[in-house]
Ligand binder design. Structure first.
Ligand SMILES: [Zn+2]
Length: 81
């Protein structure tokens, strides 16, 4: 996700008078266990690589769900015998 940041320096033309702030900067949000989310700033030159990683992660999650679903079906079949 992207986010604007405020430097809170007096007289900053980006932040003063409800200005938008600086950025946007890119943030990688990673869930680390139950209810813990880490927010890691991503430099612009690594953004594309990080995006690809996130895409691969989502794809692998999808495969795992499919495998899990097939395994459950198999279990139900074997219980019948
Ligand atoms: Zn500022």
């Amino acid at each position: 996700m992207k986010r604007m940041i405020r430097c809170n320096k007096p007289g900053c033309r980006y932040c003063e008078n409800k200005g938008k702030g600086h950025g946007p900067i890119w943030i990688l949000s990673v869930s680390a266990g139950t209810r813990r989310v880490r927010q890691i700033p991503v430099p612009a030159h690594l953004k594309q690589e990080v995006e690809e990683g996130v895409r691969r992660y989502a794809e692998i999650q999808k495969w795992l769900k499919q495998i899990s679903s097939l395994s459950l079906n198999l279990l139900e079949e074997r219980k019948k015998r």
